[in-house]
Ligand binder design. Structure first.
Ligand SMILES: NC(=O)c1ccc[n+]([C@@H]2O[C@H](COP(=O)([O-])OP(=O)(O)OC[C@H]3O[C@@H](n4cnc5c(N)ncnc54)[C@H](O)[C@@H]3O)[C@@H](O)[C@H]2O)c1
Length: 416
């Protein structure tokens, strides 16, 4: 690893300059080794915000485009970040890989399995690395738990849980503004946003590297929360009042080739505080995000101890363990004194992406990971439509998962 390469200047373009992109641009524009030389959005006015954000930190020239093909044609742009709404991610990522760019795209579920295969096949044809920028994989707790799993603290992992449990009832009120997410909530009954929790869990369970998701079932509750909000906002007799297809709570259960089970919950239409609801349960202990606690069986436990204090099964505050088993990635981050959106994980996922571009190496979340995580959305949609029937999760690696090695050659690897 060379220091020079860590500082090598990378010119990038950002496609889709909405709310999320502004946060990403703000973080990227502060990186001395990144120049955001081009922005693209179909709405011209959006790019003014982008330019204003860059200008807080830098004065290099920035070009603006309304057609992403023009941005992709710029030879000096090595890497592209796509922060459009969900339906455009894969289409633009494919064009970006074909243009020979390192491609990072924002989170979101897929609309069809065919487009996930297209993503994978384009990578295999072009060799252009492509990564979903799943920031939660770099969350402080997710990384500490990953480190503890790798160190064997939980023993053999048997079951994981996670969720996107976030009160988003506001989407029912902004449908008239053409916000794409609102339409997904209106027309689709699925786990619409699984990657914040399934990304870290897939890394915990070595999915696509020695393990894989085999099948899933999804079940949706009735739908009430969004309709109530739309009624409050518009009145039931307004021409823009609408009924929502999305069940308030969608529960998905996945079975893995290694025998583990995973439960995912999409819960965005009812009043509640935010959580990603992470649970890891192994033969030696358990972590539970919601009560911020862990429990580990004592090392020298014997069955005679069962009635004694030593195995009283008392929860312990997670922070003691998180401090002790801080992941090296997070240690570096704290030492560097960097900050950034979402408690630092936005910085980390972007730095991980740019590092791979600088060093011309593979990405810590690769195209197979991205396709597998995004596919959960349309697979859950299919299972719900079939009355919670099990559906197979495609093996996007075509069997390579069995022998595929972890990604060792990057300090940003989530596999070691
Ligand atoms: N990782 C996170 O923590 C996080 C947080 C918020 C949003 N997101 C994700 O970021 C993405 C964007 O979310 P948002 O809230 O900014 O949405 P948004 O609708 O505000 O922004 C999307 C932008 O993309 C533009 N766009 C759409 N099609 C385009 C095309 N063909 N070419 C160029 N521009 C195009 C739109 O005009 C809009 O400005 C979504 O995938 C969302 O899920 C991630």
């Amino acid at each position: 690893m060379s220091e020079n390469l860590d500082d090598r200047l990378v010119k990038i373009g950002v496609i889709g300059v909405g709310g999320r992109a502004i946060g990403l641009i703000d973080t990227l524009a502060q990186m001395k080794f990144v120049e955001i030389v081009a922005l693209c959005d179909i709405k011209e006015e959006r790019m003014e915000d982008g330019i204003r954000t860059i200008r807080q930190y830098a004065d290099y020239p920035v070009s603006c485009y309304t057609d992403y093909h023009e941005l992709l044609a710029r030879k000096e742009i090595e890497a592209v970040i796509i922060a459009t709404s969900w339906n455009e991610h894969i289409r633009i990522a494919i064009a970006s890989m074909k243009a020979g760019k390192y491609t990072g795209f924002e989170v979101g579920g897929a609309s069809s399995i065919a487009q996930c295969w297209d993503l994978v096949r384009t990578y295999e044809e072009t060799g252009s690395p492509c990564m979903m920028l799943e920031n939660c994989c770099y969350g402080q707790y997710e990384l500490a738990v990953l480190n503890m799993i790798r160190k064997g603290l939980f023993g053999e992992v048997i079951h994981c849980e996670g969720g996107y449990q976030h009160d988003l009832r506001g989407v029912a009120e902004i449908i008239h503004k053409g916000y794409q997410r609102s339409y997904h909530h209106m027309y689709r009954c699925a786990d619409l946003y699984p990657t914040h929790e399934v990304g870290p869990i897939a890394k915990y369970l070595n999915i696509n590297r020695g393990n894989r998701f085999l099948t899933l079932t999804s079940t949706a509750s009735k739908s009430r929360g969004l309709d109530i909000r739309a009624t409050k906002a518009y009145g039931e007799h307004s021409p823009i009042w609408h009924r929502h297809a999305l069940g308030d709570v969608v529960t998905t259960v996945i079975k893995c080739a290694g025998g583990e089970t995973v439960t995912l919950v999409h819960d965005t239409s009812l009043p509640r505080p935010y959580t990603r609801g992470n649970v890891v349960h192994g033969t030696k202990g358990i972590w539970m995000e919601v009560n911020h606690s862990m429990y580990f069986e004592p090392e020298n436990f014997t069955t005679e101890d069962e009635s004694t204090e030593i195995v009283e099964h008392k929860w312990k505050d997670a922070d003691t363990y998180v401090k002790k088993y801080q992941h090296p990635i997070w240690d570096r981050f704290l030492n560097d004194g960097v900050t950034g959106g979402h408690g630092g994980m936005d910085y980390l996922v972007l730095r991980a992406f740019i590092y791979s571009v600088q060093h011309h190496i593979g990405l810590p979340i690769d195209v197979y990971d991205s396709a597998t995580w995004m596919a959960i959305t349309c697979l859950s949609e299919e299972s719900i439509a079939k009355g919670s029937m099990p559906v197979s999760v495609p093996d996007f690696t075509n069997g390579d998962w069995i022998l595929k090695k972890p990604m060792p050659d990057s300090p940003w690897s989530l596999d070691v």
